[in-house]
Design a protein around this ligand. Structure first.
Ligand code: NAD
Length: 552
């Protein structure tokens, strides 16, 4: 008999289910990814991002749990696209889990071929942190979105979004961070989603202020907030491919436009004219026809975004590949819209800065308060970081195990990790802490429509870097390491790696953390040194990161 869905929640407290914290940690984080508070569709093992899964099937999930429960600290579990396929004898510095998700050979790396193989039960879509067990709910993306919108505010609006209106679409697992990121930057936000339950969920989680009953009502609320320079976010049920062109026709004064519908997967973008409750059956019955219709709708959607660009608004693609889908849908100006990484994030990547995150395995929110204080204490002069942590403490509701994210760079992440390990050792926190990151990081991803768009040397599609990154993490003592394809922007468009390490308070963990948390961001610096970014050269020099081609 095959196993079926059931509610999953990670154990809390200090009683081990597995044989050590090095295996308890991946076990709890896998379960945490499927916690109904965390996952978008836990019964289907879908965590976020369209169909990003934590395990291939419930049988595979049970086998992973069973294996982690008995795994030794000199053994390594191999997970192939969400299914455990082997246990090998390794050594205590080796990762306890090695994960490869959704990888396909180049010519076969298309959605139809992926789906054929998925249908045969041979693979699953791992997104970035779904299949690598370090998704921490919408907070994970909130900080990145907050950083991006802060950069927009700095570049265009004098450092604040107060007095501006941002229009966007998609209020799902990731996209749901947008309204709060706008209001944290002081602005007004209108967010459009075809599914009212997604909007309601974000109101419940305090990421969205309210939902309007109609577009007219939503507009009167956000325009009043814009006039009074009040921070307010309003959701409205609608299809972006209809609502954005309507806003453009009506001449609504929009300042910032972006989008986070699940455009990376045409079957996860609802075309105009298809009812919400018919969507899933239609996708299953006629995937090619639905894909064509979704692309046509995306073409109308992006055409309206370009209309706002022409009218002088700040418009950017937010990493969901909607430009390429619109181009395939017949719209030839889609790439007039810039991607957000070259526009705002690359200077941070050149310093090895990226989304550092951690979770308290105790389940006790006080452990996050303690680690927050440790981070504020370690970096007393970083005003931006202090503002973010305080805002997160006030506004972010934890989902699943309490967790925090902030962007730290080379020379910072290892210090934070070691401080956390000391806190575990001294009993300053109740249980070990896992430290990981998104795959969207400085040196861990090749994604020409997103993280590596418009690299200075044209190396956008060179995918050696994420492979090296995974090998470096595995060689440096990470607890679990993952290598995925297709996350964020979809099949054929990205290759990326992740690592998670466990601060369990031991000396061995300290030695591993010191290496992993400096070598991992060093990959970001090296990637950008190699591509010719002067800032990366400066950071490499200042931090003693060796670059053989510049030596001798
Ligand atoms: P999700 O599947 O949880 O949510 C997508 C939402 O879009 C759903 O609520 C759905 O109802 C809505 N939607 C679909 N078609 C629509 C339409 N035509 N009009 C209005 N709403 C529509 O996905 P998610 O996790 O929120 O991710 C969204 C996208 O952002 C994905 O493509 C993902 O890969 C990408 N992403 C970007 C970043 C980044 O850093 N910028 C990070 C992660 C993910």
């Amino acid at each position: 008999m095959t196993a079926g869905p059931r509610p999953v929640r990670a154990p809390r407290g200090t009683t081990l289910t597995a044989r050590s914290w090095q295996t308890e940690a991946p076990l709890r984080m896998l379960m945490n990814n499927l916690d109904p508070e965390v996952a978008e569709r836990p019964d289907d093992l879908v965590v976020y991002g369209g169909t990003g899964r934590a395990a291939r099937s419930w049988d595979a999930y049970d086998a992973i749990v069973r294996t982690l429960t008995t795994l030794g600290d000199d053994e390594t579990l191999l997970v192939q696209s969400g299914k455990p396929v082997g246990v090998l004898t390794t050594h205590e510095w080796a990762p306890r889990v090695l994960i490869a998700n959704s990888n396909l050979v180049g010519d076969w790396a298309t959605w139809p071929e992926f789906r054929r193989l998925e249908h045969l039960g041979l693979t699953m879509y791992g997104q970035m942190t779904a299949g690598s067990w370090i998704y921490i709910g919408t907070q994970g993306i909130l900080q990145g979105t907050y950083e991006t919108l802060a950069a927009v505010a700095a570049q265009r609006f004098g450092g604040t979004l107060a007095g501006t209106l941002t229009v966007t679409g998609g209020c799902g697992g990731m996209g749901g961070a947008q309204p709060l990121a706008v209001t944290l930057n002081g602005g007004a936000c209108l967010i459009v989603d075809v599914d009212g339950s997604r909007l309601a969920r974000r109101v419940h989680d305090r990421y969205l202020d309210r939902v309007a009953g109609s577009l007219d009502e939503a507009l009167s609320l956000v325009l009043a907030a814009k006039r009074s320079r009040t921070a307010l976010s309003v959701g409205v049920v609608g299809n972006c491919a209809e609502v954005l062109p309507a806003l453009l026709r009506r001449g609504v004064a929009v300042d910032v436009v972006t989008d986070q519908t699940s455009a990376h997967d045409p079957l996860a973008y609802l075309p105009v004219g298809v009812a919400l409750d018919e969507w899933a059956d239609y996708a299953a019955a006629k995937p090619d026809e639905l894909t064509d219709r979704a692309r046509e709708s995306m073409a109308r959607h992006v055409e309206a975004m370009v209309g706002f660009l022409d009218a002088g608004a700040e418009v950017f693609d937010y990493g969901n590949s909607i430009r390429d889908e619109a181009r395939r849908g017949g719209y030839d100006r889609a790439f007039d819209v810039p991607g957000f990484v070259p526009a705002y994030i690359r200077p941070l990547f050149a310093e090895g800065k990226g989304p550092f995150r951690w979770a308290a395995l105790s389940g006790d929110p006080r452990d996050i308060a303690t680690t927050d204080a440790a981070v504020l204490d370690l970096f007393p002069d970083d005003d931006h970081l202090h503002r973010w942590i305080r805002a997160a403490q006030e506004r972010v509701a934890f989902q699943g195990l309490p967790a925090r994210i902030c962007w730290l760079g080379h020379g910072e992440r290892d210090r934070a990790g070691l401080r956390f390990n000391e806190l575990v050792a001294s009993g300053g926190v109740a249980a070990p802490v896992v430290i990981g990151r998104d795959h969207l990081d400085a040196g861990s991803v090749a994604s020409p429509y997103r993280e590596t768009e418009a690299m200075a040397d044209g190396s956008d599609a060179i995918a050696d870097w994420p492979l090296l990154n995974a090998l470096v993490a595995a060689s440096s003592g990470a607890t679990w390491v993952s290598l995925h394809h297709g996350g964020g922007v979809g099949m054929g468009r990205s290759i990326h790696a992740g690592q998670v390490s466990v601060a369990d308070g031991t000396d061995l963990a300290a030695r591993k953390l010191a290496r992993v948390l400096s070598n991992d961001p060093a990959m970001g610096v090296l990637r950008h040194v190699d591509a010719g970014y002067a800032r990366a050269d400066e950071v490499a020099d200042a931090h003693g990161i060796r670059v053989p081609m510049r030596e001798g």
